[in-house]
Design a protein around this ligand. Structure first.
Ligand code: FAD
Length: 400
């Protein structure tokens, strides 16, 4: 029997973050000829290069959701990939700590979710928690074994090397500016310098993914809203306060995990991220403002509904904490009481691409939509870096 060629042979991937590069690698392995377009002149320039570098275990997510499935499987596949390709990774485990009796029911729910998702985790006493983290303050904790720390930018560099070796066409500094159906099928993608023809495209444009989908003729209901997460780090002489990863019990009504303490691979200890609305999609500071981005948010009814739900007091508290090291340190001191405002210094930020629906609800799960000759990754917030290789397999399956 003669082998059949895949129907889709030439694919353009838009976006050179961890999702785009993982998709490109998976498609290359399945025999496709792949071009990757990245508008910045370097890989992993946005979310992937500005995150907490944690390989999540998968305990927070609703059993059966994409997030649960892909983070649990991705935890293993990402660690394996790192080890196979010489990228630093350490499976150090983490503690989620209940700092008051009021947080215990939510901690128990997390423990149940961990069990339902097949994540190795156990409830431990305050005394047992002190054996892992001598400075922590808690009434009980959840010990999760499979959480790790990694270098996601290093993962992307390894993927780029593999793609180059496989003959993929990698184009940093090349934005996709226009997309239309090809005259004889497939798609055409204008980059400003030329028009590329392909059988199919995959949109992995992160903070710009809804705009790229609209360029391609789709009308996605969800809109990307950028939430900046700001980090501090502990001064070197105070690093001994934290041995591994210490997280609070998250507020189940909010989409983010709450500021936490994370020992990085180089021994430094990062604190954060918080969550404030960014005034530009790729706005890493308050001074980064885009009239276009703000006008788009203001015109979207979902943004006003979201504001009504979260602006007071949650949003306001987040903004106050963004301007005050004292407030930031106070949040950390709930986990590790010895942390004082003078112990922390600012350490950059990242911007999350979070999809928002017109009714003001945040899209909780990963969101991937298809159209003829197109796959669009429209919501891939945390833990999508952890689950990137699994998301890539899913996207490639959809193309098959
Ligand atoms: C503060 C923060 C902390 C996080 N912590 C973690 C964590 O610890 N663990 C975890 O698993 N996840 C974490 N995440 C989530 C994770 O970083 C993202 O889920 C992941 O990086 C998404 O990858 P991506 O490739 O979709 O997006 P990105 O990395 O943003 O890549 C998208 C790329 O598309 C490019 N692009 C956009 N438009 C175009 C265009 N028109 N043409 C060409 N290129 C274009 C952009 O320049 C960009 O490089 C965190 C995120 C943030 C912001």
């Amino acid at each position: 029997m003669s082998a059949t060629l895949p129907a889709v042979r030439r694919v353009v991937v838009i976006g050179g973050g961890i999702i785009g590069l993982s998709v490109a690698l998976e498609l290359t392995r399945r025999g496709r000829r792949v071009t990757v377009l990245e508008k910045e002149d370097r890989w992993a320039a946005h979310q992937t290069g500005h995150n907490s570098n944690v390989v999540h275990a998968g305990l927070y997510y609703k059993p059966g959701s994409f997030k649960a499935r892909m983070s649990v499987a991705g935890n293993a596949s990402m660690v394996d990939f790192a080890r196979a390709h010489g990228v630093p990774v350490e499976v150090c485990g983490k503690l989620v700590v209940a700092t008051s009796a009021a947080e215990l029911p939510a901690l128990r729910v997390l423990a149940e979710r961990a069990e339902a998702n097949g994540v190795p985790a156990k409830m431990i006493t305050a005394a047992e928690a002190l054996e892992y983290e001598p400075e922590v303050a808690c009434v009980r904790a959840l010990r999760v074994e499979s959480t790790g720390i990694i270098d996601f930018a290093g993962i992307c560099a390894a993927m780029v090397r593999l793609l180059e070796a496989a003959g993929a066409d990698l184009r940093p500094g090349t934005p996709a500016l226009g997309i239309r159906p090809g005259p004889t099928g497939g798609v055409e993608i204008a980059t400003g310098r030329e028009v590329l023809r392909a059988d199919a495209l995959v949109n992995c444009a992160g903070l710009q993914s809804d705009r790229v989908a609209r360029l391609a003729g789709l009308s996605p209901r969800a809109r990307i809203v950028p939430f900046r997460g700001e980090y501090y780090e502990l001064r070197p002489e105070r690093r001994h306060l934290v041995r591994g990863l210490i997280y609070p019990v998250p507020d189940p009504t909010l989409p983010f995990l709450g500021v936490h303490l994370t020992r990085m691979l180089d021994g430094s200890v990062h604190a954060g991220p918080n969550a404030v609305l960014a005034l530009r999609r790729e706005g890493y500071r308050w001074a980064d403002v885009s009239a276009r981005d703000l006008a788009e948010v203001a015109r979207f009814p979902g943004a006003w509904r979201l504001a009504r739900r979260y602006a007071f007091p949650t949003g306001l508290d987040e903004v106050r904490r963004s301007f005050s090291a004292r407030r930031f340190a106070a949040s950390l001191a709930r986990l590790v009481p010895a942390v004082r405002p003078e112990d922390i210094v600012r350490h950059g930020s990242g911007v999350r691409a979070q999809a928002l629906l017109p009714d003001g609800s945040l899209v909780d799960d990963f969101l991937i939509e298809t159209a003829p000759n197109q796959v669009h990754v429209l919501n891939a917030p945390s833990p999508a870096a952890t689950g990137a290789l699994e998301i890539a397999r899913y996207v490639a399956d959809r193309m098959d």
